[in-house]
Design a binder for this molecule. Sequence first.
Ligand code: GLC
Length: 611
Amino acid sequence: MSTASETFEARLSRHHDELRWLYMELYNNGSMFAELIDTIRTYALARSGALQKSDASREQNPSWYKGNNLLGMMLYIDNFAGSMQGVRQKLDYIENCGVNYIHLMPFLDTTPGKSDGGYAVKDFRTVRPDLGTMEDLVSLTSACHDKGINVCMDFVMNHTSEDHEWARRARAGEGEYMSRYFFYDTFDEPALYEQTVPQVFPTTAPGNFTWLEDCHRYVMTSFYPYQWDLNYRNPRVFNEMMYNFLYLANCGIDIIRIDAVPYIWKELGTQCRNLKQVHTIVRMMRMIAEIVCPGILLLGEVVMEPEKVVPYFGTVDKPECHMLYNVTTMASTWNTVATRDTELLRSQLAAVFALPRQYVFLNYLRCHDDIGWGLDYGMLARRGITERAHKQYLNDYFQGCAGWSNSRGELYNADPVTGDARFCATTASLCGLEAAVNSGDEAAIDDAIRYDVMLHAYMFMQSGIPVLYSGDEIGQLNDYSYHNDPQKADDSRYIHRGRMDWDKAARAEVPGTVEQRLFTQLRHLEHIRRTEGAYCSDADAQVLDIEDPSVLGIQRSYQGETICGLFNFSEYDKTICVPYTGVDLVTGESDGAGDHIIPAHGFRLLKRTEQ
Ligand code: GLC
């Protein structure tokens, strides 16, 4: 057996030349490169025995995450269970949900009221004190590993909090630290940037720079004014951030979500998004991970149109991220909910299904962020639909005031100038459960549950890894209490970041309750997904040609087995002709070829038994 040191050298030798080449191309600094290698060696040797073992076994089986057995859930530690120790006590619940991958939303130290939900990190090596300690993190990850649960965390690379030590020292005028950010004495250069760089938060944090009254300088802040963009032209920033990454990896993290990755390189005269240096940095990070902690997966957060997303997978020879979010599919799904027209979604799914199978997407209905209406407006334009009017319709629909809608939710960053707005709400409220429960309308409640389950069944049928948003398994509704919290009131994303309602969760055990009906149906779907091989990432997936535009058909085939899913986005029952005899995967009953009724907002999952 080779020692940790031999293993490190062997892994390093596989990547050394390319890593050095890219590093020198970006920084032309041999001594900083030497420091990088020496330091990552210490992280490799400091990895625990258990993590080294898992690295070795995952290295042997690099497709370990591509099957049909991973199910994720994203959760806020405080909302879910108060603290890291609390989450540890709730691992049975997580297991009971069929979940074996949890994304712990940002938990590193941050300044209350200036935290952007934890995405303004004050210290990359300290857990937010009210959530626990680094030791708690290590014991939580190891308890998760004992249960076969993978742990994901955010690595916020683009910026630090203004209260991070580097920022404080920069603010005090220490040149060494100022060079880790973008500082300007006058607005001349920022003004040039503003000509080409779009705004992330046009209403809640307009512009890309912040004036610092105390030091009489501007600093670049693409997100909130207290999130200072890091300057990756400085190799010290790159090296230190890689050390932070490895430090966290050594706490037992399995999946690192690289937050806001497209933004990390800035160049005057550009949009400062997706520049080629970003890819160089991600590629270097991937190699560093493969050298030090090959059991880790990199998940890129690229909330952009499909042409911008896919390059973050890199190439077969030079991979970058292991996984990316299927963001356009998510937005197109909600577009279909509002329009009952699957055309856009079909074309989006067909495009994703045509991509190489080694590309693994994370599929989701809702997450902690808003839904941005990033749709194929070229396609809509060909049907005479304009972008602005369509976004207006979608936002009206989901607020429940257009198009026979039962949805409830709120706008996010409504920009009066462009007319643009994004949207926030929980899955259940979007599906009409909130309105139905409030009006006590049993038929509407049934319909909302059916819709919610159908959307999950469809999401599970996409290629990749499904991720649930905590609370969705029991149909948590929008939480309007953030309106009364001055630290949150401006950010409507808090509407879907409510506390986990454990009384509601307990009702998942009580037959006939809304929670039980949702929970058990989702569990059943998870079971089907896990037991049917055609759900794996390697399966061939296709969009079926169905005449009725409100019904989506997906077929997956793998090793001679074929399953087909029919999903009805309309409020009417639909009759669809199925070409083969099969067995209904939900009821277990045999079904002949021919006409099948798909109930309003319902679905059928069929496994072909003969031609
Ligand atoms: C990511 C996060 C979002 C946050 C932003 C800034 O997009 O998902 O919640 O506001 O990064 O860090």
